[in-house]
Design a protein around this ligand. Structure first.
Ligand SMILES: Cc1ncc(COP(=O)(O)O)c(C=O)c1O
Length: 388
């Protein structure tokens, strides 16, 4: 199926093409100077002292969890309504993921009340995910984390450029992870970043992304080192220079992209207002008189709620007939067969997820990309109205 309106587009221009060609001409493909320059620029965006580039966000989450000391015997509270990577990253460490509910149908981020209810003596950390680019209630999360001595890990995959009380996503917990997968606000195919203000977490992440080696191929190439030690168990979680070069260009365009996303979301809200059967989460987000805290979304997703799964199926089909792609973010983690199997043997905890249960069959994600203007929002809204 070739879509007339895909869920998102790769927003690439001649700058991206030039950047990739420069890498090829440089004859250096893996984790070199472009990666280091990109890390510096990203640390500035995230407002952190350190940024460590890695192969993708999933491994950034793995290193983030290891960095705050998560391991076998621990529990980590993670959102049920997230991409499975967040849950899997906890499983890689040998810890038990404990799935938490959403706050409400209006606020689809992790419920601080449910986080608090699920704390046990084994709880080591809480992972928050800024769903769709909308930051979580970080004051509430920190109050709970401080009271119980928990680390806070941010999954910022949706949230580069988002802000909570004027502070950037990526600097709102002990450590954060970002994704540059093809459909993200900044896209380089694959790619990820770990951000932190903690010197020790950053140092460990730099070692672990490349097998715990004390010197890299580039150091040896430059004659800075002729051998190396291996000081801990690491992985090959390195980024390529091609990805770093692409992501660096996308980072320069991010503010403009996020602005265009915000504008498109406004058009959607206007065209869908008053369509019976359509509810739009995060209404009044960040407005002092309507939302519990001031914040700015990076508008990664345009999500609506429909009355139920049957109506949602009808709308998806209506959109498909008009060659408009839609998607579901996400089937809740607890609904997957492997997660249910693991829960039966106590390796994942999936109790008390009533709000996710009721909201998940109603969620639908509409096309959103910086180059889509008013006509896309208008067309999609028309088709939805007709399908309903
Ligand atoms: C919320 C969330 N977390 C983590 C990931 C994993 O990112 P990556 O594909 O870069 O490993 C994604 C991406 O798809 C995501 O949406």
């Amino acid at each position: 199926m070739m879509w007339d309106i895909p869920l998102s587009e790769l927003e690439y221009g001649p700058e991206e093409e030039r950047a990739v060609l420069e890498v090829l001409h440089s004859r250096w493909l893996t984790m070199g100077e472009r990666t280091a320059t990109f890390e510096e620029a990203f640390a500035e965006l995230a407002g952190t002292r350190h940024a460590v580039a890695v192969a993708n966000c999933t491994v950034a989450l793995h290193l983030a969890l290891l960095g705050v000391g998560v391991g076998p015997g621990d529990e980590v509270i993670v959102p049920d309504l997230t991409f499975i990577a967040g849950v899997n990253a906890v499983r890689y460490t040998g810890a038990v993921p404990v799935l938490a509910d959403v706050t409400s149908p209006q606020d689809l981020t992790i419920s601080p009340a449910d986080v608090e209810a699920k704390i046990t003596p084994r709880t080591k950390a809480v992972m928050v995910m800024h769903y769709g680019g909308y930051p979580c209630n970080m004051d509430a999360v920190h109050r709970i984390a401080q009271a119980h001595g928990l680390a806070v890990v941010e999954d910022g995959a949706h949230a580069p450029g988002a802000e909570y009380r004027g502070r950037p996503a990526g600097s709102l917990g002990d450590v954060a992870a970002f994704s540059f997968f093809s459909n993200k606000n900044m896209a380089s195919g694959e790619g990820g970043m770990l951000t932190t203000n903690d010197e020790e977490i950053a140092r460990a992440a730099r070692l672990m992304r490349s097998h715990g080696m004390t010197a890299q191929t580039l150091d040896r190439h430059k004659g800075h080192a002729h051998s190396y030690d291996v000081v801990l168990l690491g992985y090959n979680y390195r980024l390529t220079e091609i990805e770093a070069a692409l992501a660096a260009v996308q980072l320069r365009k991010l503010a403009e992209f996020n602005q265009a996303r915000a504008q498109l979301v406004e058009y959607y809200r206007a065209f869908l207002a008053g369509v019976p059967g359509v509810e739009i989460p995060f209404s009044g987000f960040g407005e002092p008189d309507q939302w519990p805290f001031p914040a700015r979304s990076s508008h990664h997703l345009m999500v609506i709620l429909l009355p139920d799964d049957e109506v949602r199926g009808r709308v998806i089909e209506g959109l498909r007939e008009h060659r408009i792609q839609s998607s579901i973010h996400y089937p809740p983690a607890h609904s997957f067969s492997n997660i249910q199997e693991e829960a039966r043997s106590g390796r994942v905890r999936i109790d008390g997820l009533e709000t996710v249960e009721s909201v998940a069959p109603r969620i639908l994600t509409l096309p959103l990309s910086p180059s889509y203007g008013q006509p896309v929002a208008e067309r999609v809204a028309e088709v939805i109205q007709a399908s309903l």
